[in-house]
Ligand binder design. Structure first.
Ligand SMILES: Cc1ncc(COP(=O)(O)O)c(C=O)c1O
Length: 446
C-alpha cells in the first residue's frame, strides 16, 4: 500500500508552488515527503528529489520507530482482515472498551514513581495540544477554580488557545491571538546557567526566587497549574538544572498547585519512559503524544493523578480519542519498545552521539551541545553571538550534501540551535553518518 502511495507521486508533484496555492503554510515549505524506510525518508527538497535521507527529526517526533517498521506493520495487518475484531475502530470515549482500560493500566505502571492501579486517571485525545489543554489544563482548572496559570520562558505547548497561552518560545506563534486565561511566565533554568548568573546552580536558585515571587504576588489560590517541559523542545532543546526542577516541585507542593510535565516531544526518547525520570521529581500530570502514537496515527493522552482528576461525566470526553485502534497501537508501541530494549538502545546511541557532538565544540561555531539519549541539540553561534542564518546554512549543508534532514529550534533571542529527535531504531551506521555530516557541515562553515 505504501508503494502505491509512492507510485502516485508524479513529476508534477515536484512543484512547491502547487502546494502553496492550496495549503496554509507549514513550518518547512521547502520539503515534500514522498516515502520512507527505517530511519530514512524520501523527499522533494526545493524541487529536487532526494532518497534515503536520514530523518533526524523523525517527522517532528511522530515516528518513534522510523518508517515501515516491520514489527509494527506485522501487528497492524490483521486489523484490516475481513474478520477483524476492529469494527469499533472509530469509537472514542462515548463508551468504555477493554483496550482503553488495558492501556491506562500500562500507563499507570510506567508513570514515574510507583503508582498503584487507580492512582492515575487517563484521558485520551488526538494531539499534543489536546493532551495539554483538553486533559491536563482543564483538569487543573476544574480542580483549582482559579484564572491564572504558570508557564516558562522558551516553552512550546501547542497551538490551541489555552495551550498557546502557555507557548512562549517565539512571539510569532502567539502574535495576533487573544487569550482568555492569564498566564504568568517564569524563567526556565538550564544546566548551563544563563539569564541571572553564569553559575548554573546560582542561576537555578534565582529563577526559583522569581517563580516564588510570581506565585505569591498572584496569590497561590488563583493559580491552576505550573506547567513545563522537563526537556524543552521547540524552544531550544534545553536541559533543565536538577535544582530547578526539584525547586518547582517543592514550590508547587507547598501551595498544592498541580505540576504538569509536558512530555509530548520528549517521552520515550531519553532512555526512560518519561524524560522527567532523569530527575528525582514526580509530576501530578503528564501529557504525551507523538512517539506514543507509534507512528501510525494521531493520538495523545493526559495522565492525571487521581487526586487532581475531576470525576464528572462528559467533562473530558471527545469523539475520537481513545478508539480501539489507537489504544492497540499505543500498547504495541510500549510492548515493542520493551521487548526490543529500545530505551537502553536510546541511551547507548545517545552516548555515542553525545561524544561525537561534544568533540565538535572544538570548532568556534559550536557553542554548546546538550540533550539526553536520542533528544539532542547543538547550538551554533558566530563570535559568541546567536547566528540563526549560519545555523540554517549548517542544516542546509547536512541536507544538500549528506542526506541528513535536521530541524532548527530556539527562542526569539537564541534561535540558533539544531535539534535531533531521532528514531529509537537508529543504528550505529546511521548515527555515524549523521555525526559525520554534522562534522563536515560545521567544518565548512567555521
Ligand atoms: C512539548 C510539546 N507540547 C505540545 C505540542 C503540540 O502538539 P500538537 O502539535 O500535536 O498539537 C508539541 C508539538 O510539537 C510539543 O513539542
Amino acid at each position: 500500500m505504501l508503494d502505491k502511495i509512492r507510485n502516485v507521486i508524479k513529476d508534477s508533484d515536484d512543484e512547491l508552488d502547487d502546494y502553496k496555492r492550496v495549503l496554509l503554510p507549514t513550518t518547512r515549505e521547502d520539503i515534500v515527503i514522498t516515502g520512507g524506510n527505517g530511519p530514512t525518508i524520501d523527499i522533494i527538497h526545493d524541487g529536487k528529489r532526494q532518497e534515503g535521507v536520514i530523518d533526524a527529526a523523525s517527522q517532528v517526533g511522530t515516528k518513534p520507530f522510523g518508517h515501515r517498521y516491520e514489527p509494527m506493520l506485522e501487528e497492524l495487518r490483521p486489523l484490516y482482515e475481513k474478520d477483524s475484531d476492529f469494527s469499533l475502530m472509530i469509537d472514542g470515549q462515548g463508551y468504555y472498551h477493554p483496550l482503553q482500560r488495558e492501556l491506562a493500566e500500562e500507563l499507570t505502571s510506567i508513570y514515574p514513581g510507583n503508582l498503584s492501579n487507580g492512582d492515575l486517571k487517563v484521558y485520551y485525545c488526538n494531539s499534543g495540544s489536546e493532551a495539554v489543554e483538553r486533559g491536563c489544563l482543564k483538569a487543573a482548572q476544574l480542580h483549582r477554580g482559579g484564572n491564572s496559570y504558570v508557564a516558562f520562558d522558551s516553552a512550546f505547548h501547542g497551538r490551541t488557545s489555552l495551550a498557546l497561552s502557555h507557548t512562549t518560545s517565539k512571539g510569532h506563534y502567539t502574535e495576533g491571538f487573544n487569550f482568555l486565561a492569564r498566564t504568568l511566565v517564569a524563567p526556565y533554568a538550564t544546566k548551563s546557567g544563563g539569564k541571572f548568573h553564569q553559575d548554573p546552580e546560582e542561576n537555578a536558585k534565582q529563577c526559583l526566587d522569581v517563580l516564588e515571587k510570581k506565585i505569591k504576588t498572584e496569590g497561590p489560590k488563583n493559580i491552576n497549574s505550573v506547567m513545563l517541559e522537563p526537556l524543552q523542545g521547540e524552544g531550544g532543546y534545553n536541559v533543565p538544572h536538577p535544582i530547578f526542577l526539584e525547586g518547582v516541585r517543592d514550590l508547587t507542593h507547598e501551595h498544592s498547585i498541580p505540576m504538569i510535565a509536558d512530555e509530548v516531544q520528549a517521552a520515550f526518547r531519553t532512555g526512560e519512559w518519561f524524560s522527567i525520570e532523569n530527575y528525582d521529581v514526580q509530576p501530578d500530570m503528564i501529557s504525551v503524544s507523538k512517539t506514543f502514537s507509534g507512528g501510525v496515527e494521531p493520538f495523545g493522552a493526559s495522565l492525571i493523578k487521581d487526586e487532581f482528576a475531576v470525576d464528572e461525566s462528559g467533562k473530558h470526553s471527545g469523539t475520537y480519542g481513545g478508539n480501539a485502534k489507537e489504544c492497540f497501537v499505543a500498547l504495541k508501541t510500549i510492548e515493542l519498545i520493551r521487548t526490543n530494549n529500545l530505551l537502553e538502545h536510546a541511551k547507548d546511541e545517545g552516548d555515542y552521539l553525545e561524544q561525537r557532538f561534544d568533540d565538535l565544540t572544538s570548532y568556534d561555531i559550536v557553542h554548546e551541545t546538550r540533550g539526553i539519549g536520542l533528544f539532542r541539540g547543538v547550538e551554533i553561534r558566530k563570535d559568541g553571538e546567536p547566528a540563526p542564518d549560519l545555523r540554517d546554512e549548517v542544516i542546509h549543508t547536512m541536507l544538500n550534501e549528506h542526506d541528513v534532514l535536521a530541524e532548527p529550534c530556539g527562542n526569539d533571542k537564541y534561535n540558533t540551535a539544531i535539534r535531533f529527535l531521532l528514531p529509537l531504531t537508529l543504528d550505529r551506521e546511521h548515527s555515524r553518518k549523521l555525526a559525520d555530516a554534522l562534522e563536515d557541515a560545521v567544518k565548512q562553515h567555521t
